[in-house]
Design a protein around this ligand. Structure first.
Ligand code: SAH
Ligand code: SF4
Length: 359
């Protein structure tokens, strides 16, 4: 976990700490340095994550001397909406959020059977370069801080609360590779799940990774019972590397070892994602190869028909092919789901996120 000093460095342009960057323990450390007990930490935490205070003046129950210190040394920095758009079916809303340095990210709200899910970004751009992904096509700009990840969740909760709704699920599947920004992402998860604040149950959070092996192993060793999804897309190293460049660094044998380690250590199933591209990875042979790769594992396959992006010339697999793919997986005892296509008309679907202001 980052220290207060390193966080000060992170925000050195302003030399001010963004309170949303701090996990409860870090906030306790900061207030402890000023001589305040955990009682005051809890009170402040309550203002941040229960009462949704937006200024220190709102925190009328805090001691004036503490409010004074907070005003001088910290800030409540939230991403701001630069632009937003609703899909024609009204079930998806995409936000372009502007960060303090002018960089922009996309955050997506989706409603499934009336329940809201927010898809959160963890980086501006992405370094992984998957060929069919709009975020990968834009390259890597920078990591998000914990507060910028938490800020997206707070933003979603406030938006939903204003219309009488609540947030059900969080998917760390927006722009970026969360396990390439491990510390910040996990600090954000700790803040979001803290039972004294937002108290979102870890089982309502899913993290999707391209297959960063050291990150999967670390997640297996740490106690954060969130769901894990691993983007596979191919069952041989050669085919996978053509779609997902990090496959060269972490070959399938290593990746599957790490996945088995995770399943055993955490006693949890893994979701494997497979973006179905016509004529590329949708043949019966490829379904059999996937079946063999995952056979005997506690696994669930999520099939995602390819969504269009400017930089990749491919088509989604057709419905009949998808059904056949699922039938073959079932022969290996593998359950699978076809992910509902959402927000394609506003470029808010899987892999379509990049910082742009027009649909
Ligand atoms: N970086 C993480 C999470 C973000 S991407 C990861 O790669 O897993 C979320 C999911 O969308 C991944 O499974 C990714 O492979 C998939 N995806 C990317 N581009 C896509 C596209 N054009 N169509 C459909 N799915 C896509
Ligand atoms: Fe990055 Fe995931 Fe897109 Fe690959 S699919 S470029 S890892 S965001």
């Amino acid at each position: 976990m980052a220290t207060i000093q390193s966080m000060k460095k992170m925000t050195s342009e302003t030399a001010v700490i963004n309170l949303y960057d701090l996990a409860w323990d870090q906030l306790a450390q900061l207030l402890g340095n000023w001589g305040y007990s955990h009682y005051h930490v809890d009170k402040l935490w309550h203002y941040l994550y229960r009462k949704h205070a937006t200024t220190f003046d709102d925190m009328t129950d805090l001691r004036p001397d503490l409010r004074h210190l907070l005003t001088n040394h910290t800030q409540l920095t939230m991403p701001e909406v630069a632009w937003q758009i609703d899909s024609t079916d009204g079930l998806t809303r995409k936000f372009l959020l502007r960060l303090h340095d002018g960089e922009t990210i996309e955050t997506v709200l989706m409603w499934f059977k009336g329940r809201a899910t927010v898809c959160v970004s963890t980086q501006v751009g992405c370094a992984m370069g998957c060929v069919f992904c709009a975020t990968g096509q834009m390259g890597f700009i920078r990591h998000l801080t914990p507060g910028e990840i938490v800020g997206q969740v707070l933003f979603a909760i406030r938006t939903l609360t204003a219309q009488g709704e609540s947030l059900r699920n969080i998917v760390l599947m927006g722009m970026g590779e969360p396990l390439h920004n491990y510390e910040a992402t996990m600090t954000a998860v700790d803040i979001i799940t803290n039972h004294k604040g937002l108290a979102i149950a870890p089982r309502h959070i899913t993290l999707s990774t391209v297959g960063v092996v050291p990150g999967i192993r670390r997640l297996a060793d740490e106690k954060r019972p969130i769901h894990l999804a691993v983007s596979l897309h191919a069952a041989t190293d050669e085919e996978r590397a053509a779609l997902v460049p990090p496959a060269r660094r972490w070959p399938l044998a290593e990746l599957m070892d790490a996945c088995r380690y995770y399943i055993t250590r955490r006693q949890r199933r893994i979701f494997f994602e497979w973006t179905l591209i016509e004529g590329k990875n949708d043949t019966p042979e490829q379904a059999h190869a996937l079946g063999q790769l995952l056979q005997g594992m506690d696994a669930h396959v999520n099939l995602i028909p390819l969504n269009p992006t400017v930089g990749y010339n491919g088509r989604p697999a057709n419905q009949q092919t998808i059904q056949q793919f699922q039938t073959i997986l079932a022969e290996y005892g593998l359950p699978s789901t076809v992910r509902q296509r959402r927000g394609i008309d506003i470029h808010a679907g899987c892999g379509q996120l990049r910082a742009h202001t027009t649909p």
